[in-house]
Design a protein around this ligand. Sequence first.
Ligand code: S3P
Length: 162
Amino acid sequence: MTAIYLVGFMGSGKSTVGQYLAELTDLPLIDLDQVIEQEADMSIKTMFKEYGETYFRQLEHDCLMRTLGQEGIISTGGGIIERADNREWLKKQQVIFLKASWSDIVERLKHDNDRPLWQQGLADKEKLFYRRQPLYEEVSQRIIDTHGSSPERVAKIIVEKT
Ligand code: S3P
């Protein structure tokens, strides 16, 4: 039974790398943000606006718990490591941290209007980025530095060394 969890900051490529990984491994892709949006029939952006972040975090936690025993490539949202219970749980799974640099993230998300936590000032986003780095590391068994590698290449690196 194989379940690989991808963690990392917004824009680190979890969803795209997840798609390539799913193809390469012939495993289903489970994108937690997509599952949440489908089940709530609402975008995450609207959910944050209407119900707040805490509400979203609870749905995210519930979705994560439901992946237990499922086979697949599980792409998580960048804030999955915010809750200590999620972190404790992830530590028992096969977790890969896609580590992107701050400048790569800023470049990739420069036109993003959909991620609620990206719509704040640059200094606050940078603080969030650096505060989260040790949390991703804490839950991960492997860290892949994505700088200079395409998502497809990152997926290949993961498969070659698994
Ligand atoms: C979030 C990241 C988003 C999404 C939500 C909150 C975060 O996912 O779950 O907007 O707290 O970093 P991505 O990492 O896929 O952008």
